[in-house]
Write a protein that binds this ligand. Structure first.
Ligand code: ATP
Length: 455
């Protein structure tokens, strides 16, 4: 990573901590490597992202339904899916520094003892690569032995496959249709890094879209378009997303075609989402291993077959990191006093912003201003996330909202109360984050105006 990109990343991580987006997990005890907590701003941002994904991918489509599977599942699921035997990364142990590194990343990981060198070429005595299973093991019940061993799920997808029959029968959907799920996944990553990009506990937003075998390739391309549009609609321009078709040699053996959607993170162009055409591999495996029917009978053609599946699988945390990286800017601006200063701002798409509107009385010790501002705050709260702030100069309050990406701020002043004549009575100043432009708007139109602009 270049120094410029490194410093940009450091600023983003620091802002995320300082403004309550993301904290290291268990921080007062020294943290836990690869695990993060979301603070008050982060949880709103993540919720906006997941809610919008759900709205676009499930609610607005008649060919989609949702489900929410448990994190713990019967171990047989992971045997049948192939995870127990093959969900591993090759890793290399170093006898000198006692470090353990992913074999495919040693060209970019700094040596823990000599950080100026990379692991691939440092002098440490390295072992041959060995496979390391990424699933976290746990035991169900009081005995910690092999008979009751299972795993924390490393992906949400398997719950969808094993519930295929139940969902099909209860939703009475016909092919093609899809099942969506958002939930936690756990991977004991060998080298968690790049902030929340690669962590050990994360959230996935996954779709399994079932279809007739003849439709698979065409639907894969349709899902690619659908997903690119989604990223645009949350504020990540198409020009920053790279579509990579995975070559035959790197694709899973059962996949006929796979795309990775990659984003230009400050630390490099890296995967955001995989869209894989997985054929009938998963349903066939579970049907064979469980002995239960997971095939489909087409009433019209009278054909019986195992559906093929397209899997758009996105990471909520990675997308959230992309949103932060895309939004962050340090701008040179002229202050109200005419001085040049740096404004730190998050240009979130308004529908992603954790706080939609800041509401301020011009002065905090003037009850009529404060009361009016609270009145506006209360009227907006049922529809929008609002931040009421009366502390410090107005300019400072605007800057604080800029830094968390609030698209609009409303200020109640003496004109609102009638001191500027009838034309301005019951109007407020509405300030927009990106242009910093201010306009007067009447309180009665405010709610509708904001809702239209934001969603
Ligand atoms: P990578 O190659 O980066 O390890 P992957 O190809 O193994 O990822 P998938 O198994 O396809 O990832 O998982 C789907 C999505 O889940 C990824 O595109 C990513 O957004 C997210 N994801 C996977 N592993 C992690 C992780 N350790 N931390 C955060 N998000 C993850």
């Amino acid at each position: 990573m270049s120094t410029e990109h490194e410093s940009r990343m450091e600023k983003i991580v620091s802002l995320a901590k300082r403004r309550g987006f993301i904290f290291p997990s268990s921080e007062i005890y020294g943290g836990l490597n690869g695990v993060w907590d979301y603070g008050p701003m982060g949880v709103e941002l993540k919720r906006n992202l997941k809610d919008f994904w759900w709205r676009r991918m499930v609610r607005e489509r008649e060919d989609m339904v949702g489900m929410d599977g448990a994190i713990l599942m019967n171990r047989s699921v992971w045997k049948a899916s192939g995870h127990e035997n093959t969900f591993s990364d090759p890793m290399i142990d170093c006898k000198t520094c006692k470090g353990r590194f992913r074999a495919d990343q040693i060209e970019s990981i700094p040596c823990p003892q000599k950080p100026s060198k990379i692991v691939a070429t440092c002098e440490g005595e390295k072992m041959d690569p060995r496979d390391f299973n990424l699933m976290f093991t746990t035991h169900v019940g009081p005995m910690a032995d092999d008979t009751n061993k299972t795993y924390l799920r490393p992906e949400t997808a398997q719950a969808i496959f094993v519930q295929f029959r139940n969902v099909l029968e209860t939703s009475r959907k016909k092919l093609p249709f899809g099942i969506a799920q958002i939930g936690k996944a756990f991977r004991n990553e060998i080298n968690p890094r790049n902030f929340i990009f690669r962590s050990r506990e994360f959230e996935q937003m996954e779709i399994e879209y079932f279809c007739h075998p003849t439709q698979g390739l065409e639907l894969l391309d349709r899902w690619l378009e659908e997903r690119l549009t989604f990223y645009e609609d949350i504020g990540i321009p198409r020009s920053k997303i790279h579509v990579k078709e995975i070559p035959d040699t790197e694709r899973a053996f059962y996949s006929l075609k796979t795309y990775d959607l990659e984003y230009e993170f400050p630390f490099g162009i890296q995967e955001l989402e995989g869209i894989a055409y997985r054929t009938d591999y998963d349903l066939r495996q579970h049907m064979t291993q469980s002995g239960k029917p997971l095939d489909y009978f087409d009433e019209v053609s009278k054909e019986k077959f195992i559906p093929h599946v397209i899997e758009p699988s996105a990471g909520a945390d990675r997308t959230l990191l992309a949103l932060l990286c895309e939004a962050f800017e340090e701008e040179e601006v002229t202050s109200e006093k005419g001085e040049q200063e740096v404004r730190s701002v998050l240009h979130f798409h308004p529908r992603m912003a954790p706080v939609k509107v800041g509401v301020f009385p011009l002065l905090k010790n003037k009850p009529p201003l404060v009361d009016k501002a609270h009145e506006i705050e209360r009227a907006l709260r049922p529809f929008l996330s609002v931040f009421y702030d009366e502390a410090g100069a107005i300019g400072r309050r605007y800057r604080r909202q800029d830094e968390i990406g609030t698209p609009y701020c409303v200020t109640v002043d003496f004109e609102t109360l009638g001191e500027g004549g009838p034309a301005l009575t019951n109007t407020v100043t509405l300030r927009e984050r990106d242009s910093m432009k201010q306009e007067r708007i009447s309180i009665s139109e405010l709610g509708e105006y904001l809702l239209k602009k934001i969603f």
